[in-house]
Design a binder for this molecule. Structure first.
Ligand SMILES: N[C@@H](CCC(=O)N[C@@H](CS)C(=O)NCC(=O)O)C(=O)O
Length: 206
């Protein structure tokens, strides 16, 4: 049985839960992170020296880094379904996964922390303003990318959509201005039609 360590409100855990839902994988999830604190134990740090979530155990295979976990599960269980068999399409998908981790999430995370986890009186307007600007620049890149294809790596939904769509849900859920970006909105609407996305990702931000 696949074990997933991580609290269900974590964006990075949600990627893995959504991926499992798409693949129809059975798993056991153990709450860890923030108030659960399991990630501070020596046992957990032996699994993941960063003390972060998610971490998975799949038999002898133990992995951390959410996007790598999604890649692993997709490759093992979803070649042709979530992991594109064509090499060009596959690495196109991989590129958008790395882009989420290196561009989109670093732009959104400080904004999310300010607007969701910080009391209004303690918020830093400079962080909010910078976060909004960086996020909009990132979402415009997505909008341009989606102008001539249905999903990030082409005509089929793939693992390449999972990290960015998990993040776009957070962007739309924040109480900020969301300019009209028709391609991103269309793509986000497609995600919202997927039951595993609704179950794993479309939860209140906390
Ligand atoms: N790059 C890592 C980042 C993991 C990460 O930052 N996880 C956050 C939750 S989203 C965490 O563990 N925070 C500490 C905590 O929950 O106690 C990944 O994608 O898995």
């Amino acid at each position: 049985m696949l074990t997933i360590w991580g609290r269900a409100n974590s964006v990075n855990v949600q990627k893995v839960l959504w991926c499992c839902g798409e693949l129809g994988l059975a798993y056991e999830r153990i709450d860890a992170g923030n108030e659960f604190e399991v990630n501070k134990t020596a046992e957990y740090r032996a699994l993941n020296p960063n003390g972060l979530v998610p971490t998975i155990e799949d038999g002898e295979i133990k992995l951390w880094e959410s996007n790598v976990i999604v890649r692993y599960l997709a490759h093992k269980n979803g070649n042709g379904l979530l992991c594109p068999p064509d090499i060009g399409t596959r690495f196109d998908a991989e590129r958008w996964m790395d882009w989420q981790a290196t561009v989109f999430w670093p732009a959104l995370r400080p904004l999310f922390i300010e607007l969701v986890r910080t009391a209004p009186a303690k918020r830093d307007p400079a962080v909010v303003s910078k976060g909004m600007k960086l996020c909009l620049a990132a979402v415009r890149i997505l909008d341009e990318r989606l102008s001539d294809r249905t999903f990030l790596a082409g005509d089929a939904f793939s693992m390449g959509d999972i990290p960015a769509a998990t993040t776009i849900h957070r962007w739309y859920a924040l109480y900020i201005d969301h300019p009209e970006l028709p391609n991103v909105q269309r793509w986000y609407n497609l995600m919202k039609q997927r039951q595993p996305f609704r179950e794993a990702v479309m939860t209140p931000l906390s």
